[in-house]
Design a protein around this ligand. Structure first.
Ligand SMILES: Nc1ncnc2c1ncn2[C@@H]1O[C@H](COP(=O)(O)OP(=O)(O)OP(=O)(O)O)[C@@H](O)[C@H]1O
Length: 303
């Protein structure tokens, strides 16, 4: 594994994408390509990996991310860690084109889903978001809608039409994959809002899975949950590993170690945007970090 940011350290932004603020991307130059899978073992067959090259981000004139290059291997769980405000959630939202929904937001760089830039002109954001699903900090099912319809709503939102039988099959298989089926099989018609917080979060995972995404992004998915529900969601993540690619933002160092195979440590200072200080196998990042700042952070000495 390689420290991701060092590949292109101190080079100007390579390819402005979107509405980069004036003067932000001064130079255009050709960078040596980041070798595919440079940060991970060979990708699992049939699964898609994600890679970013020199991703920078702004809110208005405030630059919040600086040239983040990272490979997120197919079928693995990659954890993004770092102190509050270092840009982890912004980075996550860039991966499935949600960042551009914020007024005044801009970015530069490339996000490659199986080698294909999700910001390529002509590529539809809705299609990107179907392939790269997202689970948020707070469970957000439709509370009055039945459990079954909540799962199927993912299909509707993505504009996927299926027959009754296939719909039922998808609902069941998605709930099974999210580890919720046994708890709800006899009450699929009761409202999603009647479930516990942890069950609601797994319902949201099932809703995301119903459209068969390649990637699942999770933004602190357990921060609103009690320890038992947290453990259950972590088990679900473990079961999904190898079937799709997961990128999770977490403040919980134990959780990062429990669920992820790779880890990236982000850091910003009061006058510098967020960057990756160190990325690599989780075991190495926690067991023998190369950078003192990583060691200090994972050992709870700051942040
Ligand atoms: N919608 C927004 N408009 C303006 N600035 C924003 C917006 N969202 C985030 N920011 C700023 O971008 C920077 C990075 O925020 P971000 O939420 O990505 O960090 P984070 O590492 O995920 O933080 P946390 O761990 O607290 O969630 C912060 O300075 C934040 O204030």
């Amino acid at each position: 594994m390689t420290d991701a940011p060092n590949l292109t350290a101190d080079l100007p932004v390579a390819r402005p994408a979107g509405t980069v603020p004036p003067g932000a991307a001064e130079t255009t130059l050709t960078l040596p390509p980041v070798p595919s899978g440079a940060f991970a073992d060979a990708p699992a067959e049939g699964l898609a990996g994600l890679e970013t090259r020199d991703v920078s981000a702004w809110f208005g004139s405030h630059k919040v991310l600086e040239r983040v290059s990272l490979g997120m291997a197919a079928g693995e769980v990659t954890a993004l860690i770092g102190p509050s405000g270092c840009g982890k959630s912004t980075y996550l939202r860039i991966l499935n084109r949600m960042h551009e929904m914020v007024r005044g937001a801009a970015l530069a760089g490339e996000v490659l889903l199986d080698g294909d830039d999700v910001y390529r002109p002509g590529r539809r954001p809705a299609e990107v978001r179907r392939r790269i699903g997202m689970v948020f900090q707070r469970p957000n099912p439709f509370p009055a809608m039945s459990i079954q319809d909540n799962v199927a709503s993912g299909l509707k939102l993505a504009g996927i039409k299926v027959g009754k039988e296939e719909r039922e099959h998808l609902v069941e298989s998605s709930l099974r994959r999210a580890g919720l089926w046994d708890e709800v099989a006899t009450r699929l018609h009761t409202p999603g809002g009647s479930l516990s917080g942890g069950q609601q979060q797994r319902l949201c995972i099932a809703r995301s899975l119903a459209v068969s995404p390649d990637i699942l992004l999770m933004d602190e998915p357990c921060s609103a949950l009690d320890p038992t529900s947290t453990r259950r969601v972590e088990e679900t993540i473990a079961e999904l590993r190898g079937r799709l690619t997961i990128v999770i933002v977490t403040h919980n160092m134990q959780q990062a170690q429990r669920v992820s195979q790779s880890c990236a440590f982000f850091l910003a200072t009061h006058d510098t945007p967020g960057r990756i200080v160190e990325a690599g196998p989780t075991e190495q990042l926690f067991g023998s970090p190369r950078d003192q700042r990583t060691a200090d952070y994972v050992n709870g000495r700051f942040g």
